[in-house]
Design a protein around this ligand. Structure first.
Ligand SMILES: [Ca+2]
Length: 270
């Protein structure tokens, strides 16, 4: 009797466990199927990059079909979900380092670890610069990014990017007067505009956005954040670490998040 009861209990446990495993597999499988590109960004002078941006083109490198992107964390890592595997162009930007373009082949349903080493940019005199970032409300569910891009030696490339780090999206901005047919040509200094972005600007947390541009020599300037840097704070920024600045910025962005057009001169220091 005892052993029979034990056997029934064991059978019940076995079938219950099997049922649980099947349920677990059914519920957990979708997360296994997610495709990621991740990595840790270090520099050729042996530092871990503490801030910056990552953007990915779908398909061939330099086809400018920017689709996904994200932020580099304070520990130098990034992890970006992709809608599919296959060919992607990976771009990594951090101030004071030459940006990193790489053609990658992404394995579907896997976390693809890509090592990134950024060379030191010996001079910042030729770096492109962003100013007057504006987020314009087009309708309740649509907004558009505009920004001024300048470059001391006039060799801008086609990469003028806005990156939504919360939703892992990247958007390429075009010259206000229209895109150039030859992407190897020097792009104009002036105003650039994004496509219409299908999001409500009201309530959008501007901490979630990064802005970066690059020139044909792989120089990028600061990676900007999407809210104003008040002048009093700007004067003190040299004495504050980046975490401190980010905390202060969150306050100002909450105050300004209802604005329809937000001029911005913010930046993320290394
Ligand atoms: Ca330049």
């Amino acid at each position: 009797m005892y052993s029979g009861s034990s056997s029934i209990t064991r059978n019940w446990l076995t079938s219950s466990l099997a049922g649980l495993m099947i349920s677990w597999t059914l519920f957990v499988s979708p997360s296994w199927a997610q495709t990621f590109v991740s990595g840790k960004v270090i520099t050729s002078d042996g530092m871990v990059v503490a801030s910056g941006a990552v953007a990915l083109e779908k398909g061939e490198l330099h086809n400018n079909a920017f689709l996904t992107g994200g932020a580099i964390g304070s520990d130098g890592t990034f992890k970006i979900p992709l809608p599919s595997g296959g060919a992607w162009g990976l771009h990594v930007y951090s101030e004071k380092y030459i940006y990193f373009p790489l053609q990658i082949q992404v394995i579907e349903s896997a976390d693809n670890d890509i090592p990134v080493i950024l060379p030191v940019d010996g001079t910042t005199k030729d770096d492109p610069k962003i100013s007057n970032i504006g987020l314009k409300k087009i309708s309740d569910q649509v907004f558009q990014v505009a920004m001024q891009v300048d470059d001391p030696d006039n060799n801008l490339g086609p990469q003028m990017l806005a990156i939504d780090t919360k939703r892992f999206r990247s958007y390429r901005l075009l010259p206000k007067d229209g895109d150039l047919k030859d992407v190897k040509a020097d792009f104009p200094i002036g105003e650039y505009v994004s496509p219409f972005i299908p999001l409500a600007l009201d309530g959008e947390d501007l901490n979630d956005w990064l802005f970066v541009v690059a020139d044909h020599q792989c120089s990028n300037g600061p990676v900007y954040i999407g809210y104003p840097l008040p002048s009093a704070l700007r004067a003190r920024r040299a004495t504050l670490n980046s975490n401190c600045i980010v905390r202060r910025m969150r306050f100002f962005s909450r105050v300004l998040s209802r604005a329809q057009i937000v001029p911005a001169t913010g930046f993320l220091p290394n």
